[in-house]
Design a protein around this ligand. Structure first.
Ligand SMILES: Nc1nc2c(ncn2[C@@H]2O[C@H](COP(=O)(O)OP(=O)(O)O)[C@@H](O)[C@H]2O)c(=O)[nH]1
Ligand SMILES: [Mg+2]
Length: 312
């Protein structure tokens, strides 16, 4: 379910999880009053679920209309609080391993997967990179990533229009990215809902292609406000389209004054030096931070051992 647009998500599937296996979870596009219930998917086995207050909402847009506004606000707060708690755990888990994680957000077709493929190829042999792919259906994007040799897990969100922190948690269980690596999460193509959901990433990176029109940051401000970096993609097409790059940057900075901007072409690789350097700085910082916490922990253990030794 989505607290932003009220859409319903009927079933999420993380590649590699079995329907009957542990961690099989899904949201519903129908409402419950809480408590448990039994049902099945297709011809799969019957199984039961418990629903907390948030999940009980199961907000399909039609059903949401029947929920009192105050109750709806409460439900939305519950859902986002639950998501934020899992995102914080994801962030800690990634920090403990020195992994630099990015959440790539854009409309469908702006070039996320093409950009990821090109980026992985450019970083090959320098930085280990793993990918979580979010789409409503199919594993086409994960297949494109795996063709580069990089590990990828596809998450299919069914009717859902965004990834949430729990989907990423489950995908991380399967993917197990290497210590000190780069984790790229391609969110579901949508300029609205993914803005509200923290996945535990270091940064949201928004991609805006020059075929979409320069006014998107004004029309979808939440997304451009949430992003720390804006990649203006498909710059190779600029001679053929009516797109004012400076105006696009100006609009993005109206909603997020300090947003960093880079112009790239995922097809030709133009502008990639700056993007790759930005990634390398992030990976290095995540590793350095992890090493610093390990050192601090070692020092603390040594202090405690000394204190214990003195007491003995
Ligand atoms: N000309 C041009 N086409 C691009 C560029 N990046 C992506 N595309 C094309 O845009 C379409 C959508 O790309 P895709 O990576 O699937 O977008 P996604 O839906 O955001 O993952 C494909 O036909 C790509 O070949 C680019 O920089 N320049
Ligand atoms: Mg894609």
């Amino acid at each position: 379910m989505c607290v932003t647009c009220g859409c319903g998500s009927n079933q999420t599937h993380v590649e590699g999880e079995t329907a009957a296996g542990p961690g099989h979870v899904h949201a519903h596009d129908h409402a419950h009053d809480g408590g448990g219930h039994r049902h099945r998917h297709g011809d799969g086995p019957w199984h039961s679920h418990d629903h907390g207050a948030a999940d009980a909402a199961g907000l399909g847009a039609a059903h949401a209309a029947g929920v009192a506004p105050s109750r709806r606000v409460q439900i939305e707060q519950d859902i986002l609080a639950k998501n934020d708690a899992i995102a914080a755990a994801n962030r800690q888990r990634l920090a403990d391993r020195g992994i630099f994680a990015l959440n790539l957000v854009s409309s469908p077709g702006s070039g996320k997967t093409t950009l990821l493929v090109k980026t992985i190829e450019a970083l090959q042999g320098r930085i280990a990179t793993a990918v979580i792919e979010g789409d409503q259906q199919t594993s086409r994007d994960a297949d494109r990533i795996r063709a580069t040799g990089a590990p990828a897990i596809q998450v299919n969100t069914g009717k859902g229009c965004h990834l949430d922190a729990d989907m990423v948690r489950r995908a991380l269980d399967r993917l197990d990215p290497a210590d000190g690596s780069l984790l790229l999460v391609e969110n579901v193509g949508n300029l609205v809902c993914p803005a509200a959901f923290d996945l535990g990433e270091a940064h949201k990176v928004a991609i805006l292609s020059v075929t979409e029109g320069e006014d998107k940051p004004l029309k979808y401000p939440d997304m451009f406000h949430a992003a720390d970096l804006l990649l203006i993609n498909k710059t190779d097409l600029l001679p053929y389209v009516d797109f004012d790059v400076d105006a696009a940057i100006g609009y993005a900075r109206r909603v997020r004054p300090d947003i960093e901007v880079m112009r790239v072409s995922a097809t030709t690789g133009a502008g990639f030096e700056a993007w790759l350097a930005w990634l390398e700085r992030g990976v290095l910082a995540a590793r350095t931070q992890r090493d610093a916490s390990v050192q601090a922990l070692r020092r603390r253990v040594a202090e405690l051992e000394t204190a214990l030794g003195r007491g003995a």
